[in-house]
Design a protein around this ligand. Structure first.
Ligand SMILES: Cc1ncc(C[n+]2csc(CCOP(=O)(O)OP(=O)(O)O)c2C)c(N)n1
Ligand code: SF4
Ligand SMILES: [Mg+2]
Length: 349
């Protein structure tokens, strides 16, 4: 009797450090189907997988909100701390001071950042703490049933007909003005742009602030909302076409001379920005603030990389923080010797 040989299973696809994409996923999402936050988690999984970051090197931080639940849905084997409302920034600061070898990714909401967490946000930006700070921006407090947040646009309407009568806080303009060194806006529905911007943020050694417009399908996806899928698709004006080339891939991105800007990141990776309608210099803070102010005045949604600065010293270098996790340092390295204390006492006599 003839036997049919069972074909061998196809080899599993792995990244450059031999891990499958499943290793970069987290628990099953409990957010609403179609929520923009789910798409952002998917891009985070892809970005870390493609760059071959070891998940145990990553610390995930968040506050409270549907957005702040997201870290549960990516990098299941990374460290994680889900803090209280508006406290992602201080917790991220403490984490990086305690162990600078970690790669911190913080996920916050527009409510979590632009109201209760504003103090922590502004100080993190001005310190240029190395962290990827993502705002999953839907213009509402999704978790508490859809009240306007401080990023809601003037004139935007709730389902009940209530109109927002306050101007929005532009978290990108604030971040640029305060000193963050990688500032971008994207849309959860723009897979390509968001993935490239996330990869750039992962290799950047300073504060990367990504405001990602992320529609709330349950409370803010109707006509009259300026953060709905259809509104953002119709009004999205990308500054440039963004590509990311990691340092370990020798790829040449094709472009005509003079039609693109290449930015070399600390590790040798490159961000290539192909010009679209306008000429734009992402290394100029004043250009970034001009574009953001103009977009605000014209009610336009401009997306892309607004500002990048690979020169400014980050907070950990400024403080001369040692490489070893602080908790592992022996007493002899964290406590001044007796002789130093004696000298101080002498001076006080
Ligand atoms: C100190 C405190 N105040 C208020 C709340 C209630 N609360 C929970 S989540 C939230 C806002 C969430 O909005 P956002 O950060 O935009 O996240 P989203 O749910 O929209 O993703 C609020 C006000 C809380 N949990 N703690
Ligand atoms: S309520 Fe809105 S923000 Fe929260 S999970 Fe549902 S769609 Fe997402
Ligand atoms: Mg929100």
């Amino acid at each position: 009797m003839a036997t049919t040989a069972v074909p061998p299973a196809p080899p599993k696809k792995v990244n450059r450090i031999g891990l499958e994409i499943a290793t970069y996923k987290g628990s099953k999402s409990t957010l609403c189907a179609g929520c923009g936050h789910n798409a952002i988690s998917e891009r985070i999984v892809e970005a870390f997988y493609e760059l071959g970051v070891e998940p145990h090197r990553v610390a995930k931080l968040s506050g409270i909100g549907c957005s702040s639940k997201s870290p549960a849905y990516f990098l299941g084997s990374a460290y994680g701390l889900n803090a209280v409302h508006g406290r992602m920034a201080p917790v991220a600061t403490g984490t990086m001071l305690a162990n600078r070898t970690l790669l911190a990714i913080g996920v916050s909401g527009d409510g979590d950042t632009a109201s209760i967490g504003t103090g922590g946000f502004v100080h993190l930006m001005r310190r240029n703490l190395p962290v990827i700070y993502i705002i999953e921006d839907n213009g509402v407090y999704g978790l508490t049933k859809g009240q306007f947040s401080a990023t809601a646009d003037l004139g935007s309407k709730l389902k009940t007909g209530v109109v927002n009568d306050l101007p929005p806080i532009d978290t990108c303009a604030l971040a640029v003005q305060l000193g963050a060194t990688y500032v971008a806006r994207s849309f959860s529905g723009d897979k390509r742009q968001l993935l490239a911007l996330l990869q750039g943020a992962i290799v950047h050694r300073g504060t990367s602030m990504l405001d990602v417009i992320s529609p709330c399908v349950t409370f803010n996806d109707h006509e009259g909302s300026t953060k709905s899928y259809s509104y953002v698709k119709d009004h999205d004006e990308p500054l440039a076409d963004v590509s990311f080339v990691p340092y370990f891939q020798d790829i040449n991105v094709d472009y005509e001379p003079g039609t693109a800007t290449e930015i070399e990141m600390h590790d040798g990776s490159r961000i290539v920005l192909k010009k679209l309608a306008t000429d734009y210099d992402p290394t100029s803070r004043s250009e970034a603030l001009r574009v953001l102010t103009e977009a605000h005045d014209k009610n336009e949604i401009v997306t892309g990389l607004f500002y990048v600065n690979t020169e400014r010293e980050n907070f950990l270098d400024l403080l001369n923080i040692v490489d070893e996790p602080l908790a592992t340092l022996p007493e002899s390295r964290v406590r001044p010797p007796k002789q130093v204390l004696d000298e101080i006492m002498e001076e006080l006599k």
